[in-house]
Design a protein around this ligand. Structure first.
Ligand code: MSP
Length: 661
């Protein structure tokens, strides 16, 4: 344990753009295991996770789903929190970038950097990858596509704010040199140097004007903060940076480690430390870039239906089995392939066979020969070997866990489990039980087995907290026997009072299970298709209802009734089709300084291009409504010559914003 007794660990904050898959769970489970391990060691741990809710990607997804961005993220965040509960994630805080305190702190960060001269205004002209929310220059593209995800990029030209990243090139190089573990593992450092640092850093575009779903720049209306500046700031805003109460920030910052996937290492090791330097704040101690969990056939992709749902796996095999598999199967840092065969194989061999057998044999014999009351007896052959291995494993495990080498750490634990099973075969307790003068020897054998199990249970706690708790319960371990200190002292338990125990991990029939999984997948796909169809129908119905409501003829009205209408001239400044809605156009309107959007079913009669620049008349005080995710505030005046001939009322000679009486 180092001098500092706090330990701050973070996961990336996830885009609530879809339900999360097993690849996302991978990082959070790893962070959870490390957090639990550090708590065991005695650290005061702060473990943060959350959601990254702004950006063009989310805005578009919301439109497709027929919701406002906030409604959309609110719904998905519920599922993400539920997933972390199912996976037994022990985060201390959960940040949402739509939380008020975060929004205020990001605005403060942006203003501070602007006031210092680290941010300036300029025109951005280049390429943007919306799925990655990344800017690229022409020469960075690979075959004209995003170099990270290989998808299409969009040509963007906007007046934007820029962060003087180029000014921090030298300081960043010094940071990597002074702290070689800042970017871990070493391969990630090499990647960053070769791909980004050595070619030279350009200033970074840090605001957008072409969409709305983001944190507004306080001093320039229409600009929103670039989503990565917003997102990265979460690591300090979650601790109260810049707020009235920054005690958590003072206590926990700088972070010990940001755990992130390899494709976002560059944001965390270049942009983030440069931002912190510009803010005169300390940088984190380490950014660890882990590898990807792949499927046979490549990266997981929700849009291609190429994903594994962690909730389904937890339901079938139990949370601990899934957590253990994720940590054990792939060396943390490298890519690895997920397969049902590998998962079932691992559960059967390590958990059902090795660990399960050790637990059931030890408990059964303790009951049978000593009624569960197991105390030290007479030492004998093989004891020294077992104890030496237990001590060695604890030492190695600690070192490996401190370096986040989870797979190797748990390989060590299971080396001890195997050794203990072998110890049973060597000492043959059933034979000792038959010899009257071997009672004390038998007691020692079972005592040693209980000690091994106690240590194994403690070492397994970061990966399998429930199983660990069960085993410690079966052994009747007291507070001292559950302490981290006791793990280093084989033989320190005075007595065990063991119980009966249950089968921890039932063996799985591989062939039958693979068949069942396939059927389950088909069933779920059919259910999802049905639900999507139903949602589409409901949205179409809603849309129809709203447009009909406006078309109903009215009774006679008075002047006072008419005066309730706020009719105004509006200039169409932008216009685009609403995805997945045949009739809808989204119009951006200028009402003489005020900007608003209206979604209108006029696409059968007008193209988006022909409308831009035209002046029309709108009912400006119509209550806002949401159509296919577009907030529509107002109604266009149009003339219905017939059901299939509709003409807008144009007012090109009139000033935008003028009242129409
Ligand atoms: N919102 C950003 C992170 C901002 S952090 C300030 C983001 N979100 S994400 O939801 O797309 O991804 C979150 C994390 O999940 C990333 O670290 C990413 O590498 C990880 N993974 C997504 N798919 C994965 C696998 N298939 N395997 C392992 N990790 C994966 O990026």
């Amino acid at each position: 344990m180092s001098e500092k007794n706090t330990y701050y660990i973070t996961t990336p904050i996830y885009y609530p753009s879809d339900n999360l898959h097993i690849g996302h769970a991978y990082c959070t489970v790893a962070a959870d295991a490390e957090a639990r391990f550090r708590r065991l060691e005695g650290y005061d741990v702060m473990f943060l996770t959350g959601t990254d809710e702004h950006g063009q990607k989310i805005e578009r997804k919301a439109i497709e789903a027929g919701k406002t961005p906030k409604q959309y993220v609110d719904d998905i965040v519920v599922g993400i929190k539920e997933l972390w509960k199912i996976l037994n994630i022990s985060n201390d805080r959960f940040i949402r970038t739509t939380d008020d305190y975060h929004v205020a702190a990001v605005q403060k960060i942006f203003k501070k950097l602007y006031d210092k001269g680290d941010i300036y205004k300029h025109v951005y002209e280049g390429w943007y990858c919306t799925p990655c929310e990344s800017f690229w220059t022409e020469h960075q593209l690979v075959d004209g596509k995003c170099p990270d995800c290989g998808r299409e990029v969009e040509l963007t030209k906007e007046e934007s704010y820029f962060f003087r990243l180029s000014n921090y090139q030298k300081k960043l190089e010094e940071l990597y040199e002074k702290n070689p573990h800042f970017i871990s593992p070493q391969t990630r450092l090499n990647e960053m140097l070769a791909n980004f640092i050595r070619p030279g850093l350009d200033d970074l575009c840090v605001s957008r004007t072409s969409f709305k779903w983001g944190i507004p720049v306080t001093f320039d209306e229409g600009h929103i903060v670039y989503v990565w500046v917003d997102a990265l700031s979460n690591y300090i805003t979650a601790l109260g940076w810049g707020s009235d109460d920054d005690s958590l920030y003072k206590k926990y910052w700088p972070a010990n480690v940001h755990l992130v996937g390899k494709e976002i290492v560059r944001f965390h090791t270049i942009i983030w430390p440069a931002m912190l330097m510009a803010l005169d704040e300390p940088v984190p101690e380490m950014v660890f870039g882990h590898g990807w969990l792949l499927l046979a056939g490549g990266k997981m992709s929700k849009s291609k239906g190429h994903v594994v749902d962690p909730v389904v796996l937890c339901e079938r095999y139990g949370t601990d089995a899934i957590r253990y598999f994720l940590l054990r199967e792939v060396p943390f840092g490298s890519d690895g392939v997920f397969s049902n065969e590998a998962l079932i194989g691992r559960i059967n061999s390590d958990l059902a066979n090795d660990l399960g057998n050790l637990v059931s044999r030890t408990l059964t014999m303790s009951q049978k020969y000593f009624d569960g009351k197991v105390t030290p007896g007479t030492a004998g052959e093989f004891d020294g070997d077992l104890k030496a291995l237990a001590d060695e494993v604890v030492g190695k495990y600690t070192e490996l866990m401190e370096q986040m080498l989870f797979s190797n750490a748990f390989a060590e634990v299971f080396r001890l489990v195997s050794r203990a099973n072998k110890y049973i075969d060597e000492t043959m307790p059933w034979k000792l039980a038959k010899e009257e003068d071997q009672k004390d020897r038998l007691r020692q054998v079972l005592y040693n087995l209980c000690e091994v199990l106690r240590i194994v249970a403690l070492l397994c706690q970061p990966a399998m907290p429930e199983t660990s708790e069960k085993i410690l319960g079966y052994l009747g371990a007291d507070e001292k026997g559950r302490s981290w200190e006791s793990v280093k002292h084989f033989g320190s338990t005075a007595a065990f009072a063991t119980g009966k125990g249950e089968i921890l991990f039932p063996r799985i029939d591989l062939e039958k299970e693979l068949e069942a999984l396939e059927k389950d997948k088909e069933k779920r796909a059919a259910e999802a298709a049905k639900a999507a169809k139903k949602a589409e129908k409901a949205a179409a119905k809603e849309e129809k209802k709203s447009s009909h409501a406006a078309a109903e003829p009215a009774d006679e009205i008075t002047i006072a009734d008419f005066a309730k209408l706020n009719l105004r001239v509006a200039k169409i400044t932008a216009c685009e089709p609403v995805p997945k809605a045949d009739k809808l156009l989204k119009l951006t309107l200028d009402l003489g300084g005020e900007t608003r959007t209206i979604a209108s079913s006029i696409r059968p009669w007008y193209s988006a291009e022909e409308l831009v620049g035209r002046h029309i008349v709108i009912v400006a005080n119509l209550k806002p409504a949401v159509f296919r995710g577009v907030e529509s505030h107002g109604m266009l005046l149009a003339c219905e010559n017939s059901a299939d001939d509709v003409k807008l009322i144009f007012a090109d000679d009139c000033q935008p914003g003028s009242p129409v009486n």
